[in-house]
Design a protein around this ligand. Sequence first.
Ligand SMILES: Cc1cc2nc3c(=O)[nH]c(=O)nc-3n(C[C@H](O)[C@H](O)[C@H](O)COP(=O)(O)OP(=O)(O)OC[C@H]3O[C@@H](n4cnc5c(N)ncnc54)[C@H](O)[C@@H]3O)c2cc1C
Length: 469
Amino acid sequence: MRRRQTLFFPALLFAQSCLGTWAKASFRAPDVIVIGAGAAGLAAACTAAENGAKVLVLEKNKEIGGNTWIGGGYFNFVSPEDQTDSPQNFYLDIIEEGGSSADPALAKVLAFESYEVMLWLKSLGMNFVKSSVASFGNSRPRSARPSGYEGDGYIRTLSLYARQLGVEIITAADVIKLITRKGSICGVQALIEGKLTEISASKSVILASGGFASNEKMIRQYASEFADLPSISLKSADGKMIEAAQDIGAAVTLMDKVFCMVGTRRGGQFRGRLHGDNARYILVDHRGKRFIREDAGMTEIQDKILSLPEKEAFLITDDDNFRSYSPTIQRDSIRAVETGDIVCSLTLENLAKQLNISAHELKKTIDEYNGFVRQKYDPLGKAKGQLLHELRTAPYWAAFAVMNVCYTVGGLRINNRAQVLGKQGEPIRGLYAAGEITGGVHGQSRLSGNGLTDALVFGRKAGKTASSP
Ligand SMILES: Cc1cc2nc3c(=O)[nH]c(=O)nc-3n(C[C@H](O)[C@H](O)[C@H](O)COP(=O)(O)OP(=O)(O)OC[C@H]3O[C@@H](n4cnc5c(N)ncnc54)[C@H](O)[C@@H]3O)c2cc1C
C-alpha cells in the first residue's frame, strides 16, 4: 500500500504539538494516535473510530501490515459454547505454557475475549477454514486460519474497514519520541518525509509497534543466548518504541524471553511452514530418531532443538499430510524444494540420503510412529488426540527444523485496560499499548496462534479504553 497523501497532511506537519497550540488549519487533529499498522494497531484504530474518535495511524514502513502480514495467520479462539474446549481450558494452557509467569488478569482477557474478536472479524467479512488445528503448545484444536489468506488476511480486512471508518493512515512515518505534558502523554514526534514533525492527540497515544526480534543489540542485551540466531521478523521490529516509552517512565517485563520458530538455515530463502498442525508430522534428529513429542510447547521444542549437537532437526511428513496444508504453504514448499530449503523424495531411502542421515533409522522411526498412531499411545507423550495421521504416502517431505528468532515475549507492562504502567505499577496517563510491544500477557513463552490473538484482543481493548471520555 502506498503512502496516502491527504488534503490535511500539511496541517499535521505544522501542528504545534502539546508544547503550544494547534495551528488553525489542524481541524483533523486526532483524538487518538496509533503507532504501527499491524494487527494490534489496526484493531485499535478501528475500535477507537467505532467509538467515535478521530484516529491517526503512523506506520514506519512504506507498507502497512508489519509482522502480521508475513505471519502464518493462525489465530487462537474458543467459543464459550465449544463442547470440546472452553475459555477456561485455553486460559490454563496459557498459564502452563508461560511457566506460570503470565499476568493472570491479562491471560484471562486473552482467553475469554478471543471469541468476541472472532465474531468481530467475521462480521467484517473474514472467512476462516472450517476446522481449527492444534498448533504448538495448544492442548486442543483452537487455531483458526483465514480461508485463502495467511496473516495478510487480517490486514486486508482491517485496513479496508479502517478506511471506511475514516481512519487516517500515514506510512513512512517513523515515530521517535513520546511527548508528555504534566505527566500525561499528549503527542508524538515523528520523522515524516525526512522532516521532524510533532503531532498532538487530544485523548491518547496507543503503542502498537511490535517487538524487538530484529534489534540484535537489544537481543544481545536481554537474551544473549539468542543473539547469533537469524531473525525472521521484519527489520522494523526494532523495539525503538519500547525504549521511547521507557524514557518517559514505562516499566518493562520478561525482556529476556524470546520465542523462536521453525525457520530456515542461515542464508535460506524459503521457509518450509509444514509445522502448522502438530498431528501431521514428526520431528527427528540427525540420528533419524524422534526426540520430543511434536505437540510440546514452542519453548520446550526450541530448548530441545538448541541443545542438539547440530542445533537443528528435521520435520518429516508424507504427501497426504502435505496436502492438508493451504495452497499457499504447498506452493511455498515447492519453491523451497527448488532453493534447497525443503527436501522431497519418492522414497524414504533417498530422502534420508539427501538429509545425510541413516535411512534404516528413519524408516524404523516412521514405522514405530505409525504403530503409535494405530495404538493411540506415544511413549514420548504426544497426546492421543494428536496421534491421528500415519506417514506412509510418497512423496515424503523434510523441512529443516532450525530455530529463528520470531517474537519477543516481553515488553511494556500493561494492565487489563491496556494502559501502560510505570515502575510503581501506576498507569501512565494517555498511554496505551497492545500486541507484541507488551509483556506479561503470555508469561515466559506463548502458545502458537496467540501472537495474533494478543494483538487483536488487546488492540480492541486499547482502542476502546483510549477513546473513552
Ligand atoms: C514469520 C512469522 C510467522 C508468524 N506466524 C504467526 C501465526 O501464525 N500466529 C500468530 O499468532 N502469530 C504469528 N507470528 C507472530 C505475529 O506475527 C505477531 O505476534 C503479531 O503480528 C504482532 O502484531 P503487532 O500488531 O503487535 O505487530 P506487527 O504486526 O509487527 O506491527 C507493528 C507495526 O509497527 C510498525 N512500527 C514499528 N516501529 C514503529 C515506529 N517507531 N513508528 C511507526 N511505526 C512503527 C512496524 O513497521 C509494523 O508495521 C508470526 C511472526 C512471524 C515473524
